[in-house]
Ligand binder design. Sequence first.
Ligand SMILES: Cc1cc2nc3c(=O)[nH]c(=O)nc-3n(C[C@H](O)[C@H](O)[C@H](O)COP(=O)(O)OP(=O)(O)OC[C@H]3O[C@@H](n4cnc5c(N)ncnc54)[C@H](O)[C@@H]3O)c2cc1C
Length: 383
Amino acid sequence: MDFRFPDDVERFRLEVREFLAREWHPDPAWGDTPADADRTFKRKLATKGWYALSIPKEYGGLGLPLLQQFVFHEELSYVDAPGTGVGVAIVAPCLIKYGTEEIRRRFIPRIISAEIDFCLGYSEPEAGSDLAALSTTAILDGDNFVINGQKMFTTSAHRTEFVWLAARTDPTAVKHKGISMLLVDIKSPGITIRPLHAMDDTRTNVVYYDNVIVPKENLVGEINRGWYYITTALDFERLLAFPIAGVRGIFDQIVAYVKQTSRGGQPLKDQPEIRSKLARLSADLEMGQLISHQAAWKASEGQLLSHEAAMIKTWSSELLQRTCHIGTQILGLYGTLQYGSKYAPLQGRIERAHRAAVMRTFGAGSNEIQRNIIALRGLGLAR
Ligand SMILES: Cc1cc2nc3c(=O)[nH]c(=O)nc-3n(C[C@H](O)[C@H](O)[C@H](O)COP(=O)(O)OP(=O)(O)OC[C@H]3O[C@@H](n4cnc5c(N)ncnc54)[C@H](O)[C@@H]3O)c2cc1C
């Protein structure tokens, strides 16, 4: 049994790592990354071809296995650089799987060049975990869909060009069967975006749709089959947006701090309680890495994920919370000072990650729902 990725994948990892060491300079005032700075950095990555790693060559991609893309996400996440965005991680692979030739050719080149990006329009005031209860409608009228409704928590709607929108196209069908996916220009007349500010300083949004006209060519795949596409999209999100490598990035900083720091004349590294907590986290990280690498390999072989993606998401998000909690205990009172404070150890990065970690257990489907998926699809415990 060989637990390493192939040599060419590991060589690619080193190339990305060296590039990020040269080009990625975190800004202490980063918070909700300024859209321009974010896009400039993303364009640099896109110019390297790294936004098109697993996109087939006929659409301008490099045609590599998904493993390369997974490793790329791992390296970005390890240094806390901006992720590739929804367009690259979710929409492009879904269009490759389900979109028409025409929609692929119209959108994929613009996504992989970082010209456009997407936000996710799933959640509504009465549809979160029970997403199939969504009530935003998209009614076909001649050559267009007319959209009406309200979406909650559409993160990045204020700084992306399109929405990957779930809407009800057949209000008479049973709830999972009447949903479709549409690519909606965020500047369309009738869309109103209102800010919501989350505890980790990022901005999410309420988005209102009032008779918004969307050309029917922007329908993804077949009408009323959106639920299947959402399931695939969520698997891509759970696999690529919750890398264990991001937790390892935080963990390694804490270990380095412990090695260098003494308190009251005693090196932190000699304190049994700290040693024990770090050892336990270290084992948890190894477990998470094995689960996620196995899932990445499976997806790279073209196999569908289901409960594996749910496992990664659950393990990674809860491990991040444990790591930040222990990190804050080790850093002590100064560890509670905000990101950017000159007195904050590790520049307040653990403090910021700690606040951001809260959201991770319910974004992309709450962990309770992930456990239901593991029980149902992984263990066959049908209700
Ligand atoms: C900062 C932030 C950013 C977000 N970004 C986006 C985004 O970009 N796009 C988007 O569409 N959504 C986004 N969301 C929404 C997020 O996906 C939802 O919050 C999540 O799906 C849970 O839905 P809900 O909040 O309505 O909770 P509810 O569904 O009301 O659930 C409340 C609680 O009950 C539990 N629960 C519900 N049903 C079950 C069940 N069957 N079994 C066991 N437990 C259950 C849940 O786990 C949860 O703990 C974001 C949310 C936040 C806070």
